[in-house]
Ligand binder design. Structure first.
Ligand SMILES: Nc1ncnc2c1ncn2[C@@H]1O[C@H](COP(=O)(O)OP(=O)(O)OP(=O)(O)O)[C@@H](O)[C@H]1O
Length: 532
């Protein structure tokens, strides 16, 4: 493990820059080790949960080093966020993207090619890196000895097996092939990558195995209690709709939390800021309906968030969310809420930072396992106890599987060159495989959910590749190495709390629950037909 002792003799004082430039008190676990490896000039692969503080792992080295660090970022909003916060603390940073005026581009390029650039970090899109003129300029900066390193954010976008495949990312292979003698070190960062995606990142970017340092945080977060809430399948004769059933169940769960809080802190409970939670739903309409329904409850303040809102509304909700206000009397005369809930589609997430989210609920099974890990990981970023709930029944399972199947049909019927269609189909297949993992996660009642997440995500393979993890009571240990009586997650999941038979009994509410095996086989066969 890299440590203070592992740094070169005249090692930079990382803490000094952390305090002085970035105004942070201390490194988060593992951050220092990653930064030290980057500063030492290694190729670095970092897979760390949302809000780990991955950006600091290339920003701080860029501030310490001479020369220019190029940062590749897939989203304008992410880029702007990071650039604004760096500018606010006085770091010389620039960005070239679709909205950069020509005159400003010229100034940035002039500085870049000056032989001693003032700019320390230059944020660009992967598409810009494909252009001949930018590549020529980068080669010049490299020949001048001023290209210090390349940081590739959201590196999973490189892989067709990933959930956010972006073809321009694949062309980033140009860096390693062309910027050699000496090779420019590359730092690849992602929150979510399956073993196949990881392997694509390492191979396509040409990361040097001899000099590569790998780091990861466990995909399952130790402070999150993972639970699947099984719902009975709906029958037309039922007098309660699936939606009502879920709302009822959620309200019961929230009321239990409220009671526990009142028992713990008594009358002070009303003075506390509300408990924050996110409910992820599949459709904009559901987000609107559910938010207004929950908001009508006295103990809840709820708001909808989706891509159909105006940008002013989205900004207002994000601001409210990132800096929660103390309890206030509401305009309708209701007492201050105990819970503040955002009912969101997956448009809500990236770059939105609230470390105090206490629960994340998936209203229906998530469509991808990577998405699930990322979204549930928005709970408990402050390290305190939090919960992840997934509502599940086999009807919802099959409905989503059908939708994914239709997506694959659409891709096939869309036409285009053979290789283009093959690439898209590969991506569709990856999506289906990812969804199968969601199904496996939800339907397994014989294993700790933390261990299951790590299995399904391939954490153990990273361990075997020598990846460093932050110290944790169980973060690096294989569950099957523990004694059979111990709870691998310290009772932070429904399996470890209720035991296999308790869980199986709850799952038994779904008729046809035993159809998992058949479902998996059908899915595999269909996938195979598509791919061949
Ligand atoms: N050592 C630290 N101490 C305190 N705050 C930190 C530290 N490192 C990073 N942060 C803060 O944590 C927040 C999340 O950081 P960052 O955006 O880099 O996370 P990330 O790992 O890139 O997450 P995501 O996957 O969501 O992009 C930021 O507000 C950042 O300023």
């Amino acid at each position: 493990m890299a440590s203070r002792g592992g740094l070169p003799r005249r090692k930079p004082d990382l803490e000094f820059y952390l305090h002085r430039v970035f105004r942070k008190k201390s490194f988060r676990p593992l951050q220092r080790e990653v930064i030290a490896a980057v500063v030492e000039g290694h190729d670095v692969f970092l897979q760390a949960s949302t809000s780990f503080g991955k950006s600091l792992c290339f920003q701080l080295p860029a501030v310490i080093s001479h020369g220019l660090t190029i940062v590749i970022c897939p989203l304008l909003a992410l880029m702007t966020d990071q650039v604004n916060s760096l500018q606010a603390i006085g770091v010389p940073v620039q960005t070239i993207n679709s909205s950069t005026p020509l005159a400003e581009r010229r100034l940035i390029m002039d500085d870049m090619l000056s032989g001693h650039p003032r700019t320390r970090l230059l944020y660009v899109t992967p598409e810009l890196c494909q252009t001949d003129s930018f590549r020529r300029n980068l080669s010049t900066v490299h020949r001048q000895g001023q290209l210090t390193r390349i940081a590739i954010d959201e590196a999973h976008c490189i892989s067709e097996w990933g959930h956010d495949f972006r073809p321009a990312y694949q062309e980033l292979s140009w860096f390693r092939k062309n910027l050699d003698d000496p090779a420019v070190p590359i730092t690849a960062l992602t929150a979510t990558a399956t073993p196949r995606v990881r392997s694509d990142i390492i191979t396509i970017l040409g990361l040097n195995f001899a000099k590569l340092k790998l780091f990861n945080t466990p995909s399952a977060r130790p402070n999150i209690h993972y639970e699947v809430r099984y719902l009975q399948n709906y029958d037309e004769d039922d007098d309660i709709s699936p939606e009502d059933l879920r709302v009822q169940d959620l309200l019961t769960w929230l009321k239990a939390i409220k009671r526990r809080q009142e028992a713990r802190i008594g009358a002070d409970a009303a003075q506390r800021p509300p408990i924050s939670g996110i409910i992820y739903v599949g459709l904009r309409a559901t987000s609107e309906d559910l938010a207004s329904r929950l908001d009508s409850e006295e103990m809840i303040s709820a708001v909808a968030y989706h891509a159909g809102l105006t940008s002013q509304d989205r900004t207002r909700i994000q601001a409210m969310w990132t800096s929660p206000q103390p309890p206030q009397q509401r305009s309708d005369g209701k007492p201050p809420p105990i819970f503040s809930i955002i009912v969101a589609t997956n448009a809500f997430g990236m770059g939105i930072d609230n470390s105090q989210v206490r629960f994340v609920v998936h209203w229906t099974p998530p469509r991808s396992f990577e998405g699930f890990v990322q979204e549930s990981g928005r709970a408990g970023r402050d390290g305190r106890a939090a919960a992840s709930l997934v509502y599940y029944n086999t009807q919802e399972r099959d409905r989503i599987a059908d939708r994914l199947m239709r997506d694959a049909d659409n891709v096939r019927n869309r036409g285009g060159s053979k290789s283009h269609v093959a690439g898209l189909l590969k991506n569709q297949m990856a999506r289906r495989e990812s969804y199968q993992k969601v199904v496996r996660y939800c339907e397994t009642v014989t294993k700790c959910r933390h261990a299951l997440i790590k299995d399904l995500f391939g954490d153990y393979e990273l361990e075997e590749m020598g990846s460093q993890q932050p110290p944790s009571i169980f973060g690096g240990a294989r569950s099957d190495r523990l004694s059979p009586s111990a709870s691998p997650c310290d009772y932070a999941c429904d399996f470890c709390k209720e035991g296999s038979s308790g869980l199986a009994k709850r799952k038994g509410k779904m008729q046809a629950a035993d159809a998992l095996h058949g479902f998996m086989m059908d899915q595999m066969n269909e996938l195979h037909q598509y791919y061949v």
